[in-house]
Design a protein around this ligand. Structure first.
Ligand SMILES: Nc1nc2c(ncn2[C@@H]2O[C@H](COP(=O)(O)OP(=O)(O)OP(=O)(O)O)[C@@H](O)[C@H]2O)c(=O)[nH]1
Length: 345
Protein backbone atom coordinates (compact mmCIF):
# COMPACT_ATOMS: atom_id res chain seq x y z
CA UNK A 1 0.00 0.00 0.00
CA UNK A 2 2.94 2.32 0.84
CA UNK A 3 4.31 1.77 -2.59
CA UNK A 4 0.92 2.52 -4.22
CA UNK A 5 0.60 5.78 -2.25
CA UNK A 6 4.16 6.79 -3.13
CA UNK A 7 3.38 6.31 -6.83
CA UNK A 8 0.11 8.27 -6.53
CA UNK A 9 1.96 11.20 -4.91
CA UNK A 10 4.59 11.05 -7.66
CA UNK A 11 2.00 10.92 -10.49
CA UNK A 12 -0.06 13.81 -9.19
CA UNK A 13 3.02 15.97 -8.55
CA UNK A 14 3.71 16.52 -12.25
CA UNK A 15 2.56 19.46 -14.37
CA UNK A 16 3.75 17.94 -17.61
CA UNK A 17 2.32 15.16 -19.82
CA UNK A 18 5.70 13.52 -20.48
CA UNK A 19 6.56 13.24 -16.78
CA UNK A 20 3.05 11.98 -16.05
CA UNK A 21 3.50 9.24 -18.70
CA UNK A 22 6.84 8.23 -17.19
CA UNK A 23 5.42 8.14 -13.70
CA UNK A 24 2.31 6.08 -14.61
CA UNK A 25 4.33 3.35 -16.36
CA UNK A 26 6.81 3.24 -13.43
CA UNK A 27 3.87 2.67 -11.08
CA UNK A 28 2.18 0.01 -13.22
CA UNK A 29 5.47 -1.77 -13.92
CA UNK A 30 6.44 -2.03 -10.24
CA UNK A 31 3.00 -2.90 -8.90
CA UNK A 32 2.18 -5.55 -11.53
CA UNK A 33 5.64 -7.11 -11.92
CA UNK A 34 5.36 -6.67 -15.71
CA UNK A 35 8.12 -7.33 -18.24
CA UNK A 36 7.35 -4.14 -20.11
CA UNK A 37 4.89 -1.25 -19.84
CA UNK A 38 4.32 1.38 -22.52
CA UNK A 39 2.15 4.44 -23.09
CA UNK A 40 0.87 4.36 -26.66
CA UNK A 41 -0.48 7.30 -28.65
CA UNK A 42 -3.40 6.42 -30.90
CA UNK A 43 -3.78 8.60 -34.01
CA UNK A 44 -6.32 8.40 -36.82
CA UNK A 45 -4.93 9.45 -40.21
CA UNK A 46 -7.14 9.25 -43.31
CA UNK A 47 -9.57 6.98 -41.45
CA UNK A 48 -6.82 4.51 -40.41
CA UNK A 49 -5.69 4.04 -36.80
CA UNK A 50 -2.00 4.01 -35.87
CA UNK A 51 -0.19 3.41 -32.56
CA UNK A 52 3.11 4.88 -31.48
CA UNK A 53 5.05 4.29 -28.26
CA UNK A 54 5.36 7.50 -26.22
CA UNK A 55 7.10 6.14 -23.12
CA UNK A 56 8.43 2.73 -22.15
CA UNK A 57 9.90 0.82 -19.19
CA UNK A 58 11.37 -2.69 -19.30
CA UNK A 59 11.98 -5.00 -16.32
CA UNK A 60 15.02 -3.77 -14.39
CA UNK A 61 15.16 -0.58 -16.45
CA UNK A 62 14.19 3.03 -16.02
CA UNK A 63 11.06 4.57 -17.55
CA UNK A 64 11.78 7.08 -20.29
CA UNK A 65 9.95 8.94 -23.04
CA UNK A 66 10.38 7.61 -26.60
CA UNK A 67 11.00 10.06 -29.42
CA UNK A 68 9.50 9.17 -32.80
CA UNK A 69 12.23 7.90 -35.14
CA UNK A 70 10.40 9.20 -38.17
CA UNK A 71 8.52 12.43 -37.44
CA UNK A 72 6.50 12.14 -40.63
CA UNK A 73 5.11 8.64 -39.86
CA UNK A 74 1.98 8.36 -37.69
CA UNK A 75 3.33 5.05 -36.24
CA UNK A 76 2.53 1.35 -36.55
CA UNK A 77 -0.82 0.38 -38.15
CA UNK A 78 -3.23 -0.86 -35.49
CA UNK A 79 -3.71 -4.08 -37.50
CA UNK A 80 -0.55 -5.35 -35.74
CA UNK A 81 -2.65 -5.53 -32.54
CA UNK A 82 -6.08 -6.93 -33.54
CA UNK A 83 -7.25 -7.29 -29.91
CA UNK A 84 -6.60 -3.58 -29.29
CA UNK A 85 -8.31 -2.63 -32.58
CA UNK A 86 -11.40 -4.60 -31.57
CA UNK A 87 -11.37 -3.09 -28.06
CA UNK A 88 -11.30 0.45 -29.52
CA UNK A 89 -14.10 -0.34 -32.01
CA UNK A 90 -16.23 -1.78 -29.19
CA UNK A 91 -15.35 1.06 -26.76
CA UNK A 92 -14.25 -1.59 -24.24
CA UNK A 93 -12.38 -0.74 -21.04
CA UNK A 94 -9.61 -3.25 -21.74
CA UNK A 95 -8.32 -5.99 -24.03
CA UNK A 96 -6.09 -8.98 -23.41
CA UNK A 97 -4.01 -10.91 -25.91
CA UNK A 98 -1.18 -13.42 -26.26
CA UNK A 99 1.87 -12.37 -28.32
CA UNK A 100 3.43 -14.91 -30.76
CA UNK A 101 6.18 -15.58 -28.17
CA UNK A 102 3.56 -16.55 -25.57
CA UNK A 103 3.79 -13.34 -23.51
CA UNK A 104 0.51 -11.90 -22.19
CA UNK A 105 -0.57 -8.40 -23.11
CA UNK A 106 -3.10 -6.12 -21.48
CA UNK A 107 -4.27 -2.89 -23.16
CA UNK A 108 -6.16 -0.19 -21.27
CA UNK A 109 -7.36 2.68 -23.49
CA UNK A 110 -7.78 6.04 -21.75
CA UNK A 111 -11.33 6.99 -22.75
CA UNK A 112 -12.23 10.67 -22.74
CA UNK A 113 -15.87 10.75 -23.85
CA UNK A 114 -15.99 8.46 -26.90
CA UNK A 115 -12.36 9.04 -27.90
CA UNK A 116 -9.15 7.31 -26.82
CA UNK A 117 -5.92 8.98 -27.93
CA UNK A 118 -3.80 7.19 -25.34
CA UNK A 119 -3.52 3.56 -24.24
CA UNK A 120 -1.46 1.70 -21.67
CA UNK A 121 0.08 -1.58 -22.85
CA UNK A 122 1.40 -4.01 -20.23
CA UNK A 123 3.35 -7.15 -21.14
CA UNK A 124 3.58 -9.93 -18.54
CA UNK A 125 5.19 -13.35 -18.56
CA UNK A 126 2.28 -15.21 -16.93
CA UNK A 127 -0.87 -13.13 -17.39
CA UNK A 128 -2.85 -10.94 -15.05
CA UNK A 129 -4.73 -11.82 -11.87
CA UNK A 130 -8.07 -10.19 -11.06
CA UNK A 131 -6.31 -8.32 -8.25
CA UNK A 132 -3.53 -6.95 -10.48
CA UNK A 133 -6.08 -5.83 -13.10
CA UNK A 134 -8.02 -4.10 -10.31
CA UNK A 135 -4.90 -2.22 -9.10
CA UNK A 136 -3.80 -1.28 -12.62
CA UNK A 137 -7.33 -0.05 -13.48
CA UNK A 138 -7.28 2.19 -10.36
CA UNK A 139 -3.95 3.71 -11.38
CA UNK A 140 -5.27 4.24 -14.90
CA UNK A 141 -8.34 6.09 -13.54
CA UNK A 142 -6.11 8.50 -11.58
CA UNK A 143 -3.92 8.90 -14.71
CA UNK A 144 -6.98 9.71 -16.86
CA UNK A 145 -8.34 12.28 -14.38
CA UNK A 146 -4.98 13.94 -14.02
CA UNK A 147 -4.43 13.98 -17.78
CA UNK A 148 -7.78 15.76 -18.17
CA UNK A 149 -6.71 18.36 -15.61
CA UNK A 150 -3.41 18.94 -17.43
CA UNK A 151 -5.27 19.16 -20.76
CA UNK A 152 -7.62 21.74 -19.30
CA UNK A 153 -4.74 23.96 -18.13
CA UNK A 154 -2.95 23.63 -21.50
CA UNK A 155 -5.90 24.56 -23.73
CA UNK A 156 -7.78 27.67 -24.75
CA UNK A 157 -11.39 27.46 -23.61
CA UNK A 158 -12.97 29.05 -26.73
CA UNK A 159 -11.28 27.02 -29.50
CA UNK A 160 -9.91 23.98 -27.63
CA UNK A 161 -6.49 24.64 -29.19
CA UNK A 162 -3.30 24.57 -27.08
CA UNK A 163 -2.86 27.92 -25.33
CA UNK A 164 -0.10 30.55 -25.24
CA UNK A 165 1.54 29.15 -22.11
CA UNK A 166 1.81 25.70 -23.69
CA UNK A 167 3.30 27.28 -26.82
CA UNK A 168 5.94 29.12 -24.76
CA UNK A 169 6.87 25.86 -22.99
CA UNK A 170 7.01 23.79 -26.19
CA UNK A 171 9.03 26.31 -28.22
CA UNK A 172 11.51 26.83 -25.36
CA UNK A 173 11.86 23.05 -24.99
CA UNK A 174 12.40 22.61 -28.75
CA UNK A 175 15.11 25.28 -28.79
CA UNK A 176 16.79 24.00 -25.62
CA UNK A 177 16.81 20.43 -26.90
CA UNK A 178 19.09 21.68 -29.70
CA UNK A 179 17.23 19.30 -31.98
CA UNK A 180 19.57 17.61 -34.46
CA UNK A 181 17.76 19.49 -37.18
CA UNK A 182 18.16 22.84 -35.45
CA UNK A 183 21.29 24.90 -35.78
CA UNK A 184 23.50 24.82 -32.66
CA UNK A 185 24.43 28.12 -30.92
CA UNK A 186 27.99 29.25 -31.59
CA UNK A 187 28.28 27.25 -34.79
CA UNK A 188 28.14 28.93 -38.16
CA UNK A 189 24.79 29.01 -39.90
CA UNK A 190 24.46 26.19 -42.41
CA UNK A 191 23.17 27.08 -45.82
CA UNK A 192 19.64 25.87 -46.30
CA UNK A 193 19.74 23.11 -48.87
CA UNK A 194 16.80 22.72 -51.18
CA UNK A 195 14.75 19.81 -49.84
CA UNK A 196 16.32 19.90 -46.37
CA UNK A 197 13.85 19.14 -43.56
CA UNK A 198 13.56 21.84 -40.89
CA UNK A 199 11.20 22.96 -38.13
CA UNK A 200 9.05 26.04 -38.86
CA UNK A 201 7.06 28.54 -36.87
CA UNK A 202 4.07 30.28 -38.48
CA UNK A 203 2.09 33.16 -36.94
CA UNK A 204 -1.43 33.55 -38.35
CA UNK A 205 -3.68 36.58 -37.91
CA UNK A 206 -7.28 36.98 -39.07
CA UNK A 207 -7.56 39.98 -41.41
CA UNK A 208 -9.75 42.93 -40.38
CA UNK A 209 -11.15 40.94 -37.48
CA UNK A 210 -12.16 44.08 -35.61
CA UNK A 211 -14.53 44.75 -38.53
CA UNK A 212 -16.19 41.32 -38.02
CA UNK A 213 -16.84 42.13 -34.34
CA UNK A 214 -18.04 45.64 -35.17
CA UNK A 215 -20.44 44.56 -37.94
CA UNK A 216 -21.76 41.25 -36.62
CA UNK A 217 -21.07 41.33 -32.86
CA UNK A 218 -18.71 39.37 -30.63
CA UNK A 219 -20.70 36.12 -30.81
CA UNK A 220 -20.16 35.92 -34.57
CA UNK A 221 -16.55 37.01 -33.98
CA UNK A 222 -16.09 34.07 -31.60
CA UNK A 223 -17.71 31.73 -34.12
CA UNK A 224 -15.18 32.86 -36.77
CA UNK A 225 -12.32 32.07 -34.35
CA UNK A 226 -13.73 28.59 -33.68
CA UNK A 227 -14.10 27.87 -37.41
CA UNK A 228 -10.58 29.15 -38.15
CA UNK A 229 -9.29 26.87 -35.34
CA UNK A 230 -11.10 23.90 -36.95
CA UNK A 231 -9.62 24.75 -40.36
CA UNK A 232 -6.16 24.95 -38.76
CA UNK A 233 -6.57 21.49 -37.27
CA UNK A 234 -7.79 19.96 -40.52
CA UNK A 235 -5.21 21.72 -42.73
CA UNK A 236 -2.04 20.85 -40.77
CA UNK A 237 -0.61 17.39 -40.17
CA UNK A 238 -1.07 15.46 -36.92
CA UNK A 239 2.60 15.89 -35.93
CA UNK A 240 2.35 19.70 -36.24
CA UNK A 241 1.18 21.70 -33.20
CA UNK A 242 -1.51 24.38 -33.43
CA UNK A 243 -1.95 27.05 -30.71
CA UNK A 244 -4.23 30.02 -30.08
CA UNK A 245 -1.76 32.73 -29.24
CA UNK A 246 -4.37 35.20 -28.03
CA UNK A 247 -7.15 37.29 -29.59
CA UNK A 248 -7.37 36.55 -33.31
CA UNK A 249 -3.77 35.32 -33.55
CA UNK A 250 -2.73 31.66 -33.91
CA UNK A 251 0.66 29.93 -34.06
CA UNK A 252 1.69 26.65 -35.71
CA UNK A 253 4.88 24.65 -35.12
CA UNK A 254 5.50 22.63 -38.28
CA UNK A 255 7.72 19.61 -37.67
CA UNK A 256 10.36 18.18 -40.00
CA UNK A 257 9.47 19.48 -43.39
CA UNK A 258 11.15 21.23 -46.31
CA UNK A 259 10.68 24.90 -47.13
CA UNK A 260 8.60 23.98 -50.18
CA UNK A 261 6.32 21.71 -48.13
CA UNK A 262 5.98 24.30 -45.35
CA UNK A 263 5.00 26.89 -47.94
CA UNK A 264 2.52 24.47 -49.55
CA UNK A 265 0.89 23.42 -46.25
CA UNK A 266 0.59 27.02 -45.01
CA UNK A 267 -0.83 28.20 -48.30
CA UNK A 268 -3.31 25.32 -48.39
CA UNK A 269 -4.60 26.48 -44.99
CA UNK A 270 -4.77 30.11 -46.18
CA UNK A 271 -6.83 29.15 -49.27
CA UNK A 272 -9.03 26.81 -47.16
CA UNK A 273 -9.97 29.82 -44.99
CA UNK A 274 -10.54 32.03 -48.04
CA UNK A 275 -12.84 29.43 -49.63
CA UNK A 276 -14.80 28.67 -46.44
CA UNK A 277 -18.30 30.18 -46.22
CA UNK A 278 -18.47 31.67 -42.70
CA UNK A 279 -22.14 31.76 -41.60
CA UNK A 280 -23.55 35.30 -41.83
CA UNK A 281 -20.04 36.81 -42.04
CA UNK A 282 -19.24 35.39 -45.51
CA UNK A 283 -15.59 35.68 -46.58
CA UNK A 284 -12.75 35.74 -44.07
CA UNK A 285 -9.04 35.82 -44.89
CA UNK A 286 -5.83 35.35 -42.90
CA UNK A 287 -2.28 36.66 -43.20
CA UNK A 288 0.69 34.49 -42.23
CA UNK A 289 4.34 35.10 -41.37
CA UNK A 290 6.66 32.11 -41.05
CA UNK A 291 10.29 31.45 -40.22
CA UNK A 292 12.74 28.60 -39.87
CA UNK A 293 13.34 27.63 -36.21
CA UNK A 294 17.01 27.72 -35.28
CA UNK A 295 18.70 26.66 -32.03
CA UNK A 296 20.86 29.78 -32.37
CA UNK A 297 17.84 32.02 -31.72
CA UNK A 298 15.84 32.53 -28.53
CA UNK A 299 12.03 32.13 -28.52
CA UNK A 300 11.71 35.95 -28.52
CA UNK A 301 13.88 36.30 -31.63
CA UNK A 302 12.15 33.42 -33.44
CA UNK A 303 8.69 34.86 -32.76
CA UNK A 304 9.96 38.31 -33.74
CA UNK A 305 11.04 36.99 -37.15
CA UNK A 306 7.65 35.38 -37.83
CA UNK A 307 5.93 38.57 -36.62
CA UNK A 308 8.03 40.74 -38.93
CA UNK A 309 6.99 38.55 -41.88
CA UNK A 310 3.34 38.71 -40.73
CA UNK A 311 3.42 42.52 -40.56
CA UNK A 312 4.94 42.55 -44.04
CA UNK A 313 2.02 40.40 -45.26
CA UNK A 314 -0.47 42.76 -43.56
CA UNK A 315 1.19 45.83 -45.07
CA UNK A 316 1.30 44.29 -48.53
CA UNK A 317 -2.22 43.26 -49.34
CA UNK A 318 -3.15 40.77 -46.53
CA UNK A 319 -4.48 37.25 -47.40
CA UNK A 320 -0.93 36.05 -48.09
CA UNK A 321 1.84 34.02 -46.45
CA UNK A 322 5.33 35.55 -46.21
CA UNK A 323 8.60 33.78 -45.40
CA UNK A 324 10.95 35.79 -43.16
CA UNK A 325 14.28 34.45 -44.51
CA UNK A 326 13.13 35.01 -48.10
CA UNK A 327 12.08 38.62 -47.37
CA UNK A 328 15.48 39.25 -45.74
CA UNK A 329 17.33 37.67 -48.69
CA UNK A 330 15.33 39.90 -51.08
CA UNK A 331 16.20 42.99 -49.02
CA UNK A 332 12.51 43.58 -48.19
CA UNK A 333 13.05 43.09 -44.43
CA UNK A 334 16.03 43.86 -42.26
CA UNK A 335 17.34 41.64 -39.50
CA UNK A 336 17.21 43.55 -36.25
CA UNK A 337 20.12 42.97 -33.86
CA UNK A 338 18.48 42.29 -30.54
CA UNK A 339 18.89 40.62 -27.22
CA UNK A 340 16.16 38.48 -25.65
CA UNK A 341 14.51 41.32 -23.82
CA UNK A 342 14.54 43.93 -26.59
CA UNK A 343 11.35 45.25 -28.13
CA UNK A 344 11.00 44.58 -31.84
CA UNK A 345 8.83 47.33 -33.16
N1 LIG B 1 -14.98 38.06 -30.78
C1 LIG B 1 -13.75 38.12 -30.27
N2 LIG B 1 -12.96 39.17 -30.58
C2 LIG B 1 -11.71 39.21 -30.08
C3 LIG B 1 -11.23 38.21 -29.21
N3 LIG B 1 -9.95 38.54 -28.89
C4 LIG B 1 -9.64 39.71 -29.52
N4 LIG B 1 -10.71 40.13 -30.25
C5 LIG B 1 -10.82 41.34 -31.07
O1 LIG B 1 -9.97 41.21 -32.22
C6 LIG B 1 -9.81 42.53 -32.77
C7 LIG B 1 -8.40 42.66 -33.33
O2 LIG B 1 -8.36 43.82 -34.09
P1 LIG B 1 -7.05 44.52 -34.61
O3 LIG B 1 -5.85 44.06 -33.79
O4 LIG B 1 -7.28 45.99 -34.70
O5 LIG B 1 -6.77 43.93 -36.02
P2 LIG B 1 -7.71 43.59 -37.26
O6 LIG B 1 -9.01 44.33 -37.25
O7 LIG B 1 -7.80 42.11 -37.34
O8 LIG B 1 -6.87 44.17 -38.47
P3 LIG B 1 -5.59 43.56 -39.19
O9 LIG B 1 -4.95 42.56 -38.23
O10 LIG B 1 -4.71 44.73 -39.45
O11 LIG B 1 -6.05 42.89 -40.44
C8 LIG B 1 -10.10 43.50 -31.65
O12 LIG B 1 -11.31 44.18 -31.96
C9 LIG B 1 -10.34 42.61 -30.43
O13 LIG B 1 -11.33 43.12 -29.56
C10 LIG B 1 -12.11 37.11 -28.89
O14 LIG B 1 -11.78 36.19 -28.14
N5 LIG B 1 -13.36 37.12 -29.44
Amino acid sequence: MDSLLRHMVDMTGHRDHTMLDVSVISAVQELSGALQTRVLSIATVCGQRFVRSRACIRAGGVACPEEAQDGSSPGEPIGAHPELAHCLDAHDARAEGVAPNGLRRLWLPIWVGDKAHTCLEITHAHGFTTESIHTISGIVSVYRNFQNLLDYSERDSLTGLLNRKTFDDQLARMLQAGDAELRVPGQPERRQHVGEEKQWLAVIDVDHFKGVNDRFGHLYGDEVLILVANLLQSSFRSQDRVFRFGGEEFVVLLRSTTLENARKIIDRFRTNVEAHPFPQVGRVTVSVGFTCISAADSPVVTLGHADQALYFAKANGRNRACHYEELVAMGLLQTIATNDTAEFF
